[in-house]
Design a protein around this ligand. Structure first.
Ligand SMILES: NC(=O)c1ccc[n+]([C@@H]2O[C@H](COP(=O)([O-])OP(=O)(O)OC[C@H]3O[C@@H](n4cnc5c(N)ncnc54)[C@H](OP(=O)(O)O)[C@@H]3O)[C@@H](O)[C@H]2O)c1
Length: 278
């Protein structure tokens, strides 16, 4: 099937985890504020994907955006990452679970395609498994059928990625990882991604790096730029090629996060932040 009209790659992704019954209102506010990338998952334990769908319906109705203006990303989550509210039959084979989860996401999101479909995390922290290959191949079928334009993987190590590309000639379009400053901001994985033109999506940039937000280098740069330390961290993330996520529930922070796309950091400053903690 021919791919649907592609939504442009956004500057920022608005993350919808942990918002429960505020999901619809906050996602609607995020889109009204200017976010054009939305990250969710068909994992009711941490996300309310149907609430994201309600927000989308509201902004389409209000004429704020159309489907093609919004970059929509959702995920397939294995059984151990879920609670009892499953989007698939747990007794079904993995490829069937992927197809059922995707069909359920489409229904939640009121769409017949997403922009990216992400494997929420491999089955094992130690390496890529046969189960992951089964799931990935089912995800490729979803892509070939036109239900997602692109594919990604999340919560992966360099080892997972190296094993994955040794099996498949085609690399994922995205890697989405928690990004710790103390590990060089996931330096090895980012380098792997850069070499293969994979876009690295970083989450927990603020919450995993509280020490960075208080570091004199960052507070000093923020003061000189008339920005907040959070904006400096997001500005840094963009300067090193990341697509950052924010899950803010605060209207002012939504504006500040989006405004960091205009923050220009000198290469020296970017280098100093990159090697600040690891
Ligand atoms: N793939 C995965 O396994 C995975 C795991 C975790 C998260 N995610 C995705 O990533 C998204 C973001 O999660 P996260 O862990 O990065 O963040 P988060 O848990 O949503 O928290 C962001 C934190 O940063 C604060 N914040 C945001 N902008 C700020 C600003 N300008 N100034 C000061 N504080 C600010 C927020 O506080 P306020 O609300 O007060 O602004 C909040 O405490 C999630 O919603 C989800 O979509 C994916």
């Amino acid at each position: 099937m021919a791919p649907k009209q592609s939504s442009p790659l956004p500057d920022f992704l608005y993350g919808t985890a942990w918002k429960e019954d505020r999901t619809a209102a906050l996602t609607e506010l995020a889109i009204q504020t200017g976010f054009r990338g939305i990250d969710t998952a068909n994992q009711r334990r941490h996300y309310f994907e149907a609430g994201v769908g309600q927000a989308l319906a509201a902004v389409y109705r209000a004429g704020v955006v159309q489907r093609a203006d919004v970059f929509l990303q959702t995920k397939f989550t294995y059984r151990p990452g879920q609670d009892h509210r499953l989007p698939y039959d747990p007794a079904a084979r993995l490829p069937v679970q992927v197809a059922q989860s995707m069909a359920s996401s489409m229904e939640h999101l009121g769409t017949d395609y997403v922009d990216t479909y992400v494997l929420h995390g491999p089955a094992s922290g130690y390496g890529w498994t046969d189960a992951d290959s089964e799931v990935w191949e089912a995800m490729m079928k979803e892509r070939d059928a036109g239900r997602t334009r692109l594919l990604g993987v999340s919560n992966v190590s360099l080892r997972h990625l190296e094993q994955m590309v040794s099996i498949y000639s085609e690399a994922p379009a995205f890697v989405q990882n928690r990004c710790y400053a103390r590990f060089g901001w996931d330096r090895d994985v980012r380098l792997f991604c850069r070499e293969r033109k994979i876009i690295y999506q970083g989450f927990s940039l603020l919450t995993a790096n509280a020490e960075v937000l208080h570091h004199p280098l960052v507070t000093g740069l923020a003061a000189r730029a008339g920005a907040t330390p959070a904006q400096v961290v997001f500005g840094f993330a963009r300067a090193v090629g990341m697509l950052p996520l924010t899950g803010t529930s605060n209207a002012e922070h939504m504006k500040q996060d989006l405004a960091c796309t205009g923050l220009v950091l000198e290469p020296d400053a970017v280098g100093a932040i990159e090697s600040l903690a690891g």
